[in-house]
Design a protein around this ligand. Sequence first.
Ligand code: FAD
Length: 567
Amino acid sequence: MNPTRPTGSIHAGPPTGRSVRGPIFARRADWQVVWFKRDLRIGDHAPLMEALQQGPVIGLYLYEPELLESPEWDASHSRFIAEALRELESEWTRRGGCLLLRRGEAVEQLERLHRETGFVRLWSHEETGNRLTFDRDLRVVRWCRERGIDWQERRQDGVVRRLRSRDGWAERWAKSMSGRIESSPEVLGSGRPTGLVSDGVLGPEQLGLGPVIPIELQRGGETAAREVLGSFLEERGVGYRAEMSSPLTAWTACSRLSAHLAWGCVSMRTVHQAAGHRQEALRAMLSAGEPLDRRWSGAIASFQARLRWHCHFMQKLEDEPRIEFENFNPVYDGLREAFTESEEGQQRLEAWRQGRIGFPMVDACLRAVRATGWLNFRMRALVMSVASYHLWLHWRPTAIHLARCFLDFEPGIHFSQAQMQSGTTGINTVRIYSPTRQALEQDPKGVFIRRWVPELAGVPDVFLAEPWRMTRSQQEAARCVIGVDYPAPRVDPRRSVIEAKERIARVRSSAAAREASRRVYLRHGSRKGHAFRGADAEARYRQGLLSEAQGPGAEPEHGPVQQELFG
Ligand SMILES: Cc1cc2nc3c(=O)[nH]c(=O)nc-3n(C[C@H](O)[C@H](O)[C@H](O)COP(=O)(O)OP(=O)(O)OC[C@H]3O[C@@H](n4cnc5c(N)ncnc54)[C@H](O)[C@@H]3O)c2cc1C
């Protein structure tokens, strides 16, 4: 491992580590530092383009120990990032630029770089991260002030800082998405300065996170992102609408762009505009009478809506960072905490994490996501819903486990969705997904279940969703004795749901809950499709005409396939 301590004089060559070689590096009054965070690309990178106009640029990426040690970080994230950084580093080198990859706390590393270069301006994209990154940004703001450094941040997607009201948000989002896409710069520097140490690309092992044993993890980087986007829009996406819900078909029919968007290997604007161009091309083909699969147009429209949801959910965390830890709607406080802490709660949590709760579809999903880093939306909702309702676990520890599993962990989407699937927002329809029904509908021949839960390989199709219904002799014939080879269901699937419904209904029907939900809606609810604003929105909400029940993230096209508690 390379030392991360400052080298002192910038002219003194580094004792160890990879130096960025070239002419003698000089302190200059106009050095610009571009700090890469969740934007690992050079295409459509506004801060980079602007910085280049102001003076010579140094690129910087930091491996920050406090993030690497945080509970939601996983070795697989570092592997994906390392792949993206490898490409970024080679693109910088090819363009004559200096990209430093350094390990250490942000302020310490900025101080070190400032001592080395005397840089005057720091550039980055705005980040809607978790509390750790928020607090780190506050420290950086203070440090910049003390050093007289100008920190320029630019918006990365459709999330608006210091948003006053959700009214008109969707229109603002559309406008921002139709903005100019920055091209990749041809040149990033003139010569490569000596004296600056880069720790180079560090993978999970070098970062002390242990090896990743991947089965089918996605590859990171700008090139991979472009390929994934192209193949979705031109080939894979045709069956998107009908095929997004089954884990068998979703693997190829969904865009699979989420990890690239989360780590910024491609910009949201690039994806949005590429989808728009595809939609226009489809229309032109239609009007020219060219042969065309009619499913394409609907597929692209559904995909475009989800791109907006991406920012819609992130906006919630931006507006109210406490939802990373606390219920959107405080009337649900105390509902599941004590049980989750109890011995039974902890055992259920551990069984769920391991994919051993005895519901085959849920166990298959939990094991699959550990190995591949990805699950489709419906299956994410299923595992979260079963944890929250059937097992009665608080969303926070289950969300943390899934954050580690998902290669695309995006705090704003993740914590909002975790709460939405746990019924703690107060503004969404409460849905309790049935593991049996999802198995029968989405994996009728048990292909997915048998792949990820091999103990069930010999179980006949008719019992695969509920293997505990087999008689003892049927279990022996299937070489799967329940309670021995595969766990009995951790809870009674029907009774646990009835109890969960009663508990939620008791809280939800109170006047305090309705009032708190109103506040949540006015702050966070999607106004998309509702032609009214401000006070009017409040009036309509009170009349029960507004909610987010069928709004973003609710898979509205496919109707209410889930068991709904409140319509
Ligand atoms: C409990 C739970 C946790 C989730 N955590 C994350 C997360 O950490 N990161 C993440 O990107 N998505 C998360 N999602 C949303 C969604 O499941 C994924 O975005 C999607 O499955 C990613 O696959 P894809 O790129 O092929 O999506 P596609 O269906 O191809 O959609 C395209 C893009 O739209 C966005 N998107 C799609 N569905 C949603 C949605 N329901 N809400 C918000 N944005 C959406 C994503 O950026 C996605 O890449 C979560 C959903 C649930 C139920």
